[in-house]
Design a binder for this molecule. Structure first.
Ligand code: HPA
Length: 267
């Protein structure tokens, strides 16, 4: 059976229509995930859902235990993760409400535990691993998502670069101008290290980014958390429809490079 994991971001705390069969609390060598995993079936697919910020949204981006979250999916046998997240639009054409299927990431985070291979630390194995992250999102899953956009009639923007920031504060206008010059399309607080951690465990990682607001300074005025949350909530029905089609279209067998990510990555 296909096993797909979904990480829900701000405003997405459940998958409506999923027939839930169990809820699993998982412990990992890295501590506890954000919440219990909600597991259900849809067609020939088992879906495990995890709300990234916890079901009561009380875990801010800089305190999320990213390693535990991804490890938990591995423990459940999940082979592909779809990460749903709210982002701020840096490019003018990425208006609030736009759904973007990104293809690149620039990581500006600096204070997060971002690898399972820490080197020689107490009680851990001293493996040295340099994972390839040339294309941070699974190419096969990107194709599936884009096709699902057509069949669900949810318009998708194909491609773009995610600027991952530490948060929890929003950005300055100058930061956003600099990110635009670096080639950033959108900005968000959680896309890294999720992508690289998944790759380290040979799990496919893909993203559905919902532009909740224009990033700081793109339009005049102050940014509010309410604006971000409202922007995301307005898109939840679209995302549900899109996910439904994705679950259907994901092929049984993986043919992407993600499944062999550790080959040639170890010293
Ligand atoms: N900046 C950073 N993260 C975000 C934003 C933003 O403007 N909107 C949603 N997540």
């Amino acid at each position: 059976m296909k096993k797909i994991g979904v990480i829900g971001g701000s405003g997405l705390y459940e998958i409506k229509g999923l027939r839930v069969s169990k809820r699993k609390k998982i412990s990992t060598p890295f501590g506890r995930p954000s919440d219990e995993y909600v597991i259900g079936r849809t067609g020939d697919t088992e879906v495990s859902f995890l709300p990234r910020h916890g079901s009561r949204h009380d875990i801010p981006p800089h305190l999320i235990n990213y390693r535990a979250n991804i490890w938990g999916f591995k423990k459940l046998g999940v082979q592909r993760i779809i990460s749903v997240g709210a982002v701020g639009g840096i490019k003018k054409d990425l208006k609030p409400g736009t759904v973007v299927i990104l293809d690149q990431i620039i990581d500006m985070t600096k204070a997060r535990a971002s690898t399972f291979y820490e080197g020689k630390t107490a009680g851990r194995r001293a493996e040295v691993v340099h994972i390839d992250l040339t294309g941070p999102y699974c190419p096969e899953m990107r194709k599936v998502i884009l096709r699902s956009g057509q069949t669900s009639k949810v318009p998708l923007k194909n491609g773009g670069t995610y600027m991952a920031v530490e948060g929890p504060r929003l950005e300055t206008a100058a930061e956003i101008r600099a990110f635009a010059r670096l080639g950033g399309s959108v900005v968000g607080m959680t896309g890294m290290p999720e992508a690289s951690l998944a790759r380290e465990l040979e799990i496919c990682y893909s993203g559905i980014s919902v532009v909740a607001n224009y990033a700081a300074g793109i339009t005049s005025g102050k940014l509010t958390t309410k604006e971000v949350m409202d922007g995301m909530k307005a898109s939840t029905e679209k995302i549900r429809r899109l996910l439904e089609q994705i679950f259907r279209h994901v092929p049984e067998k993986r043919k992407c490079p993600c499944k062999d990510a550790l080959k040639d990555a170890k010293l």
